[in-house]
Ligand binder design. Structure first.
Ligand SMILES: C[S@@+](CC[C@H](N)C(=O)[O-])C[C@H]1O[C@@H](n2cnc3c(N)ncnc32)[C@H](O)[C@@H]1O
Length: 249
């Protein structure tokens, strides 16, 4: 992982070496914006100190750090949730090109990114899928009452095709089941729709994830691909020639 990070640092560009106006604007408006994550403090501090035990049903590639199936919320938060900084970055990426977006998140977990995205004034709706019934129940309780959030308890494979056909989605954020095959399978279904923005988390999680990301980047239907070490971002922009950017963040 350390070796890969050094390689990323060597390859990554600052805004002065980027010639695409779209990506230059993305760097200025999204990456270089001073993040104000205060709105996430209350949500995350409740999780950080929460001793409730949750019986976890492991889905996808599972967790590398935890063995027992009963875990405290505060441990799940530490090991599997997005940090407030990352959750806010995902929100800003979604806001960048769309003033009224509907997004699907694969992997609710404790709802950190779900909550962050839902708080965007530009978020029409966030639908989030979680396979583990107890995590789903826990997150449903803490996110209840937020009108633009819809949580679904299902495995991704069963829910993805119907959600994609029933909703007009602008974006998909994939943050679960980090395996080569699953990532390519999800992408294959998504690219057949009109979804303009796809965000992949943990692209450096394993050799398989990195290979999946490289294959995905070569796909003709998405014209701009950006790598921010752990995050991979794709945009459909037919007005732009196909180009890949590894950006310093
Ligand atoms: C890394 S966590 C998501 C973190 C969350 N997006 C956040 O920002 O805090 C991944 C979640 O995806 C769920 N998951 C993994 N594979 C799944 C699958 N195939 N179907 C449904 N849920 C899955 C796991 O149970 C876990 O809660």
């Amino acid at each position: 992982m350390l070796g890969r990070y050094f390689k990323y640092l060597l390859q990554s560009k600052t805004r002065y070496k980027v010639h695409s106006p779209f990506v230059f604007q993305f760097i200025n408006e999204v990456l270089r914006t001073q993040a104000d994550i205060n709105y996430l403090n209350q949500y995350c501090s409740r999780l950080r100190s929460n001793e409730t035990l949750i019986d976890i049903q492991d889905f996808g590639a599972g967790s590398r750090k935890q063995k027992s199936n009963k875990r405290k919320v505060k441990e799940i938060y530490k090991n599997s949730s997005s940090s407030p900084k990352k959750a806010d970055l995902i929100r800003r990426i979604c806001e960048f090109v769309n003033n009224n977006f509907t997004i699907l998140e694969l992997g609710t977990n404790l709802g950190v990114a779900t909550y962050a995205i839902s708080q965007s004034p530009k978020c029409n709706k966030i639908i989030s899928i979680e396979g583990c019934p107890n995590l789903y129940e826990f997150s449903s309780n803490i996110l209840s009452g937020i009108p633009n959030v819809e949580l679904i308890n299902s495995d991704f494979d069963s829910a993805l095709p119907s959600i994609l056909s029933e909703h007009s989605l602008n974006a998909v954020y994939i943050d679960g089941n980090h395996t080569y095959q699953a990532t390519l399978d999800y992408f294959k279904i998504i690219q057949e729709t009109e979804v303009e923005l796809v965000i992949f988390d943990d692209i450096h999680w394993s050799e398989g994830m990195l290979n999946a990301w490289k294959e995905i980047c070569s796909h003709e239907q998405y014209h701009v691909s950006v790598e921010l070490f752990n995050l991979g971002i794709l945009w459909r922009r037919s007005e732009q020639r196909k180009e890949h950017f590894t950006l310093r963040y």
